[in-house]
Write a protein that binds this ligand. Structure first.
Ligand code: NZQ
Ligand code: ZN
Length: 396
């Protein structure tokens, strides 16, 4: 078991009436001049954007709008936001959307407080020292950015786009408003990709070097079973409030470090996926589903017991005590079967409709390993050879 600090400062306001509190919450955290940041149109279409603007206006809060955040949010938008915030003397940023909008808001918030080129923070040239306060109204349960310390941005100014994350408690949302009804309009693909990302945030902590925290295991396994079942239910009935609510809350708990207590992050699949979404612009959750089975097959033989525990406690596989490795493999296959059931890919070809070339794999490995200077993961440290092998296993 690893020593740990558990810090989750975000005030969660959850439920059907939660949106009514937006102005009070903004004011409570010092906001009087607010950047309202949103994506490509879903927040406007649903009426949530107009509702939030009206509530802020009624409370006498000055607002500036910046929409158009794309999935896998980009640096050029972050720069626009920083300039706007400085010109308008913004003191609070309200993100209305999903992980992409929230991450773009967090990046702008860092950038406003940073004197140099904001990309320095992702390039590892500087650490964040300050951040404008950020709050959010979540519309898609997936990335967990509403409670996480992470901010993932794609540099669209380099010849090969670079997708990078930076972690700091400074950017954690002051509040997260979550109304599961707002997720009723999510298309099946986004619903499924979101559920996959939630599962993966938990599994990336479950499969680590440690396995001696039964309480953390129980929380993780309960969360995984819940998302597994609720995803099927909401794909059948998109307006099922109870199951939408389970997924929404699970999305936050999966990435607010609760299922990391005593353990540590692996996140190798995430790092390998970030290369796929940087190069091909794929949906993050779908990219994770395409890679996980290959990662699992690669590492499982040296961690059979942990994979057996996952197979039995999460995927409901019956343990074959005479052949534990077979039980472990059945768990991996059951997980992949779930991906297929919800419409997610289980290989790169299913994701992209074509295999990636050897050159593309080499580029992704080069970028993921920072030119061969770092390894990925904690259950096993994956070197460039291992990364290459996993991309090849997934390339069918
Ligand atoms: O742009 P709009 O029109 O709003 O449409 C969005 C977008 O196309 C749509 N959408 C959102 N809410 C909707 C809706 N459509 C209908 N009804 C609604 N209620 O869904 C699409 C995807 O939105 P996006 O915000 O991109 O999804 P997600 O929350 O999955 O975020 C993905 C981004 O987060 C990063 C990913 O890498 C990716 O860039 N991550 C951030 C993390 C963090 N900060 O902690 C951790 C994650 O591992 C992840 O890396
Ligand atoms: Zn993720």
């Amino acid at each position: 078991m690893k020593d740990f600090v558990y810090y989750t400062p975000t005030r969660v306001v959850f439920g059907k009436e939660s949106e009514e509190q937006v102005a009070t919450l903004v004011q409570q955290f010092g906001g009087s001049r607010v950047l309202v940041h949103y994506g490509g149109g879903s927040a406007r279409r649903s009426g949530l954007l107009d509702k939030a603007l009206a509530l802020l206006k009624r409370a006498g809060i000055h607002t500036v709008e910046l929409g158009g955040v794309v999935p896998n949010p980009v640096l050029s938008m972050v720069r626009r936001g920083i300039e706007l915030c400085r010109n308008e003397q913004v003191d609070f940023i309200l993100a209305i959307g999903g992980g992409s909008v929230i991450d773009s808001a967090k990046a702008i918030a860092y950038g406003v407080c940073y004197d140099g080129d904001v990309w320095d923070l992702w390039a590892g040239k500087a650490r964040p020292q300050a951040c404008v306060p950020v709050g959010c109204m979540l519309t898609i349960p997936a990335a967990g950015s509403e409670m996480s310390s992470s901010c993932v941005i794609t540099n669209d100014e380099t010849p090969h786009p670079l997708k990078r994350g930076v972690n700091s408690d400074l950017c954690r949302c002051k509040f997260a408003i979550m109304n599961p009804e707002r997720t009723f309009t999510l298309p099946p693909y986004q619903t499924a990709a979101g559920a996959t990302d939630i599962m993966m945030h938990t599994m990336e902590r479950y499969f680590c070097r440690f396995d001696d925290m039964p309480l953390t295991d129980a929380l993780a396994e309960g969360l995984l079973r819940t998302v597994r079942d609720s995803a099927i239910e909401v794909l059948r009935n998109p307006t099922d409030y109870r199951h939408r609510a389970q997924i929404m809350w699970a999305g936050s708990l999966a990435h607010n470090d609760l299922t990391e207590c005593g353990y540590e992050k692996d996140f190798a699949t995430h790092r390998l996926e970030h290369e796929l979404s940087a190069m091909f612009g794929v949906t993050h959750g779908a990219g994770l589903a395409a890679l996980w089975g290959s990662w699992a097959r690669y590492v499982m033989p040296r961690h059979v017991n942990r994979f057996v525990q996952f197979a039995v406690n999460v995927m409901g596989v019956t343990c074959d005590f005479a052949d534990l490795e077979r039980t472990a493999m059945l768990g991996i296959e059951a997980m992949e079967q779930w991906y297929r059931q919800i419409g997610m890919p289980t290989s790169i070809v299913e994701l992209l409709d074509r295999p990636v070339t050897d050159e593309e794999i080499a580029t992704m490995v080069q970028t993921a390993s920072r030119g061969g200077t770092i390894t990925l993961g904690s259950i096993e440290a994956l070197d460039t050879e291992a990364m290459t092998a996993i991309y090849h296993i997934a390339n069918h």
